[in-house]
Design a protein around this ligand. Structure first.
Ligand SMILES: [Zn+2]
Length: 85
């Protein structure tokens, strides 16, 4: 299986005014689902970097949830645990 990648990353909001953008999004190359995160709130000028990291973190979670066999097996185990009396 090809490893999913985060593609078409972009910002929601005015293009020329990064500070006004409220969300950062990207698309999963595997299932074309849009991953969207709120802009990080920081005091420094590194908001863009911070938000990028959050987006990538969210994407890694998405890959784990949707495209990882290991996770599916783990989830199945959790369900089994939860449903036994
Ligand atoms: Zn995906």
């Amino acid at each position: 299986m090809k490893k999913p990648e985060l593609t078409d990353a972009g910002w929601l909001g005015p293009k020329n005014e990064m500070d006004s953008a409220s969300h950062h999004f990207g698309k999963c190359s595997e299932c074309y689902e849009i991953i969207c995160v709120e802009k990080a709130v920081t005091d420094g000028p590194s908001t863009q970097q911070e938000t990028s990291e959050i987006l990538h973190k969210a994407f890694r979670t998405h890959v784990k949830l949707k495209h990882s066999e290991d996770f599916r097996q783990a989830a199945a185990r959790v369900v089994k645990e939860a449903t036994k009396d």
